[in-house]
Design a protein. Sequence first.
Length: 92
Amino acid sequence: MRAPDQGRLDRVDHFFHERSTVRFLLRRLMRVEQEVMRSFHYRITKHETLRIARYQGKRGGHQYGHRDDVPPTQYRRFALSINLNTDDFTGR
């Protein structure tokens, strides 16, 4: 499902809603959760809806950075970003 992020003019979010896809992705992320527990002694008990954020166009210095630990997302303790737009990425 494609949904523009109204707070950012340069980003479009693509959400995963198909149950089998979400289960597959969560199984893959289990390894990350295990490493967070091992490294930081913090058990991840919930997560937000999985999404792919696509940044498009020139930012022009506007709305460039953000923080996850300020309202309305101050509850976040960890965030995970996987960069897919490198020349070496083959889709595997």
